[in-house]
Design a binder for this molecule. Structure first.
Ligand SMILES: Cc1cc2nc3c(=O)[nH]c(=O)nc-3n(C[C@H](O)[C@H](O)[C@H](O)COP(=O)(O)OP(=O)(O)OC[C@H]3O[C@@H](n4cnc5c(N)ncnc54)[C@H](O)[C@@H]3O)c2cc1C
Length: 380
């Protein structure tokens, strides 16, 4: 077993780390407070190849490994988890769905502009009445000659109000339930598509989250991804891989919280000593570092399996569950180490504490990850 990263892996990580330090760090709170999507930053991330990380080069992507993708998401999230979320959603949901399941014509039509960041992607599975139970969706796509007509709405869509390219799941054969779900891609501006409510969020505020409304939205049949009835299986596979990206996001956020805590513990003096001299604080730091290391290893293991084309269902759920719960714990301890200063916006841990909660919810809650893990072990 070899735990070393290659020189190429290290270069990719270094590039992401430098970009996060120089381009993202100075504007983190500006976008958080304005709850504004950082479009210009996204274009710069695209120019570096970070918005089509695993997309093959022939479609304009960087053609890198999933391990590299995890390093990029991790380093960005160490500075700003909400931009990490946008990078993960763009790469891991919309772009990955087209890259993995669309035919040649759709790939050529959409992937270049998504991978370069000229266009932003959104992916709609969740609906107002179907979240964890996404198979019970109500959005329908009824065939009409050479087209489908879609009606319904998608809830909590990352980039719902800013995306140019949108993938949605809809029922083409409602009586078949999950087996009657299909996936479609369309462009913003298509008649019948409107943006509903933009959410006002606790955290991840620079990452746009909006409702998408589909009202007699006509999509040509060529925009069906794969075949009718394959949409739910495709979506589950997208979520399996996407969870590795969310695990990397959690590792990055937890590391950012630890970095800030180590720095603060070395500077703050109480009772004539730095906080780092108190055993209670040392043990918090040790606990955080140990959990982060374990979360990172689980995440890289899942990415390693993904890069080798192995089944990732169990490894991805395990990594996502452990890394997201670790990040919640680390963000909380980081605020505690900062005392009152952790509660104000001058220190980065205040934002980590707000951003982190999404990680045990999005792309499958912790309860759903535990269902996936136990189903892999129990004969049920
Ligand atoms: C910021 C943000 C961004 C998002 N981005 C996207 C996106 O881009 N695309 C998209 O499609 N969706 C997106 N989502 C939706 C997200 O995936 C869902 O919120 C998530 O899957 C949970 O669904 P829900 O919110 O409806 O909660 P529910 O499913 O209603 O769950 C509520 C609670 O019940 C628990 N629960 C539910 N079922 C069970 C069960 N069988 N056993 C035990 N406990 C259970 C859950 O774990 C949770 O604790 C986003 C959400 C947020 C908040």
């Amino acid at each position: 077993m070899d735990f070393r990263l290659t020189q190429e892996n290290e270069q990719v990580r270094e590039l992401a780390r430098n970009f996060a330090q120089t381009e993202i760090k100075p504007v983190v709170m500006k976008f958080d407070e304005a709850q504004e999507f950082p479009m210009e930053l996204m274009h710069k991330l695209g120019a570096l190849g970070f918005l089509g990380v695993t997309v093959p080069e022939k479609y304009g992507g960087a053609g890198l490994s999933y391990l590299d993708y995890c390093s990029i998401v991790e380093e960005i999230s160490r500075i700003d988890p909400s931009i990490g979320l946008s990078v993960a959603a763009h790469n891991g949901l919309c772009t990955a769905h087209i890259s993995n399941f669309a035919g040649e014509a759709l790939k050529r039509k959409y992937l270049h502009e998504l991978a370069s960041g000229k266009k932003i992607g959104a992916w709609g599975l969740t609906e107002p009445s179907s979240g964890s139970d996404s198979g019970s969706m109500r959005t329908v796509a009824i065939r009409d000659g050479q087209s489908y007509i879609l009606n319904g709405s998608k809830q909590f869509t990352t980039h719902g109000s800013v995306a140019d390219t949108i993938v949605v799941m809809a029922l083409t054969d409602p009586p078949k339930k999950k087996k009657g779900i299909s996936a479609f891609v369309f462009e913003r501006g298509t008649l019948g598509f409107t943006v509903g409510h933009k959410e006002n969020k606790l955290g991840m505020r620079a990452s746009d989250t909006s409702t998408m409304v589909l009202e007699n939205l006509r999509i040509p049949e060529e925009n069906l991804i794969g075949s009718e009835g394959e949409g739910f299986t495709q979506a589950l596979q997208i979520l399996d891989s996407g969870r590795i990206g969310i695990a990397a996001l959690a590792v990055g956020l937890a590391q950012g919280a630890l970095d800030a805590s180590v720095k603060y513990a070395g500077e703050r003096v109480q009772f004539g000593k730095t906080l780092s001299e108190f055993q209670a604080i040392q043990w918090k730091i040790s606990e955080m570092a140990t959990r982060i290391d374990a979360a990172r290893l689980l995440t890289y293991k899942a990415a390693f399996l993904k890069d080798r084309g192995k089944d990732i269902n169990l490894a991805a759920a395990t990594a996502k569950y452990f890394a997201s719960e670790t990040a919640v714990k680390c963000a909380e301890e980081a605020v505690q180490i900062h005392g009152g200063y952790g509660f104000i916006k001058d220190f980065p841990v205040e934002k980590f504490y707000r951003d982190v909660k999404l990680l045990t919810i999005g792309e499958g809650t912790s309860e759903i990850q535990k269902m996936v893990i136990s189903r892999n072990l129990l004969d049920i």
